[in-house]
Ligand binder design. Structure first.
Ligand SMILES: C[S@@+](CC[C@H](N)C(=O)[O-])C[C@H]1O[C@@H](n2cnc3c(N)ncnc32)[C@H](O)[C@@H]1O
Length: 231
């Protein structure tokens, strides 16, 4: 699947108040389902018909690769606070929730129904209070969120040059000295490589922790270089 440059980056009003997972009926919007199994958890991810526009409608290989990495590393998020940026279908954030996280899955407004329906389909009712879904527009409303996350995940969220200033700003705000940030990115161009190898290291200590066999997808682990007082 070729990634279209998504110029329509900010059509929505930022708002972080709609975090509840109300039991709406999403059954009439179902589209293709894909099943995955990671760490003994079976995930069924549905692409929502109402969001069949732009990049959010697909399950990107970088997200699948990040889940495999989390599985391979035997990560356990019990009691940990996790946020996912640009969740799309919600695959990575849902997997983190199944591994025990208090997880916030975020994206642009129009994508939230798709994420919510997948959260409902995969997270047991007893664990739904640990999972939030809400809008977070990079560089715009990140300041409405706290800075106490243990983990931040983003898969295939680096694909448009507009994000090269927005994402560092957002990641800086959401993180503290103990936060581990994992970005799984498809290295489609030299600009994307430059962003990971040159731009991000200005703000974070960046380690390339994994490549796929074709070296098309890379996972970087970022930790904060400088910590502001009180963070
Ligand atoms: C290529 S998709 C990746 C989706 C998912 N993480 C995956 O790996 O399948 C990029 C996601 O970033 C979201 N996104 C793009 N620009 C954004 C912005 N300015 N603020 C927040 N999310 C954004 C899109 O809506 C989309 O869901």
């Amino acid at each position: 699947m070729a990634l279209q440059q998504d110029g329509n980056a900010s059509p929505e009003e930022p708002n972080t108040t709609n975090t509840s997972l109300a039991a709406d009926d999403y059954s009439d919007c179902e589209q293709p389902e894909t099943c995955f199994e990671f760490s003994g958890h079976r995930l069924k991810i549905t692409q929502h018909s109402k969001t069949l526009f732009g990049v959010s409608a697909f399950i990107w290989d970088a997200g699948i690769f990040l889940c495999k990495y989390i599985e391979k590393q035997n990560m356990d998020f019990t009691g940990k606070k996790v946020i996912e940026l640009g969740s799309g279908t919600g695959l990575v954030g849902i997997f983190a929730g199944l591994l025990g996280a208090n997880v916030t899955l975020t994206d642009r407004w129009h994508v939230l129904d798709q994420i919510k329906s997948n959260v409902f389909a995969n997270i047991p009712a007893s664990a739904l209070d640990r999972c939030k879904v809400c809008a977070l527009l990079w560089g715009t409303d990140h300041t409405h969120f706290p800075s106490d996350y243990d983990f931040i995940f983003g898969s295939d969220i680096v694909y448009n040059k507009d994000f090269y200033t927005l994402l560092p700003k957002t990641l800086e705000h959401l993180s503290n000295a103990g936060t581990e940030i994992y970005l799984a990115s498809a290295m489609r161009s030299q600009k994307i490589v430059y962003f990971h190898e040159v731009t991000l290291p200005q703000y974070f200590k960046c380690d390339l922790v994994c490549n796929d066999e074709n070296r098309l997808i890379s996972i970087y682990r970022l930790t904060k270089k400088y910590t502001e007082p009180g963070k």
